[in-house]
Design a protein around this ligand. Structure first.
Ligand code: GUN
Length: 326
């Protein structure tokens, strides 16, 4: 029986409906959450991503600013830009689109972002909060993958979860989130011995390696849930022919457009898995939805923190941050 396909678009729409209500409530209180995106240079993929993020802000009625310094920017200049955004009261979220040019010290820049405005969840303070299980701003792609699992009622407690890929942005935070959901988590990487054998143990597979169609059908335990985080653009006809031998619609798409998108999971896995996310239209839409959600959350939490001293003074006790809804 073919896998149940989990539409990220439907789940994104659900999240947007909830956010719309929350944004309206904040607006009633005179608050308009705002996101500032720094896009350095002219990287075509980054331009597309940032455009989609700004469009999502506009769709939801959030404030948005796009800053586009040249590719020749120095670390010091970028640090100054981040400091300016940290200081601005109308900016709730700051996003530095990666990758940055080689001359820029990426770690220093990411660490300069105010953790309260770090809507990408890349700052060591937010990573540390995630490690210790305290609510902070969580990286958008892993957070979105968890939303798919939760909102599709996929059981996690007590299951074997295998995360393929150990990046700071996806693999590591994903493993922590699954562990906090009481799954037994294995992280695999390029040096893992018998990778197919390890993946075959999993009730839940998270594919986040960045290699087209790498997870083969015979790696997957029948009935498993497979979350495909990868998005790879195939422009080579031979490769497209190999991956999509039994998928004439995809081959027709390749012929028409000259490229086709595929995840890190081979499309044939849909015949083995119980549940699977598609590419495109799976995890991708959730990444931006969680960025919007983090921006709203950052706005709420920052206001709550600002109000905490005065309300504590008024009530004679500490309120505010502790009362923040998550
Ligand atoms: N580059 C690729 N993915 C991301 C992301 O999620 N956030 C940022 N800032 N840059 C990226």
């Amino acid at each position: 029986m073919p896998a149940r396909i989990l539409s990220g678009i439907a789940i994104r729409d659900q999240i947007y409906a909830e956010l719309t209500q929350e944004i309206a409530d904040l607006s009633g209180a005179g608050i308009r959450p705002g996101l500032a995106a720094i896009l350095v240079g002219e990287n075509a993929a980054s331009q597309i991503y940032v455009r989609s993020k700004i469009a999502a802000c506009e769709q939801l009625g959030l404030g948005s600013w796009q800053l586009t310094p040249p590719a020749t920017i120095t670390t010091e200049e970028l640090l100054a830009l981040v400091a300016e955004l940290n200081a601005r009261d109308d900016v709730d979220g700051i996003l530095v689109q990666l990758p940055l040019p080689a001359q820029v010290d990426t770690k220093r820049v990411l660490e300069a972002v105010d953790p309260a405005k770090d809507v990408d969840g890349f700052h060591p303070v937010n990573l540390g909060r995630l490690v210790s299980g305290r609510a902070g701003l969580v990286a958008c792609t892993p957070a979105g993958s968890m939303e798919i699992l939760r909102r599709s009622s996929i059981p996690m407690e007590g299951t074997e979860a295998v995360v393929v890929g150990r990046s700071d942005i996806v693999g590591k935070p994903m493993a922590l989130l699954l562990m906090h959901a009481n799954a037994t988590v294995t992280i695999c990487h390029s040096k893992t011995r018998d990778l197919p054998g390890v993946v075959r143990r999993a009730d839940i597979v998270i594919a986040a390696i960045g290699r087209a169609a790498m997870i083969e059908p015979d790696w997957v335990r029948p009935g498993a849930t497979v979350i495909d985080v990868g998005i790879n653009r195939i422009t080579d006809a031979e490769e497209a022919g190999r991956i999509f031998t039994n998928f004439p619609a995809k081959l027709a798409q390749f012929k028409e457009k000259g490229f086709v998108l595929v995840g890190d999971v081979h499309p044939g896995v849909a015949e083995v898995a119980g549940t699977m996310t598609p590419v495109p239209g799976g995890v991708g839409p959730l990444t931006i939805a969680m960025l919007m959600s983090n921006t709203v959350k950052a706005a709420r939490q920052r206001r709550a923190q600002e109000q905490a001293p005065s309300s504590a003074h008024r009530n004679g006790k500490t309120t505010g941050a502790a009362a923040v809804k998550r």
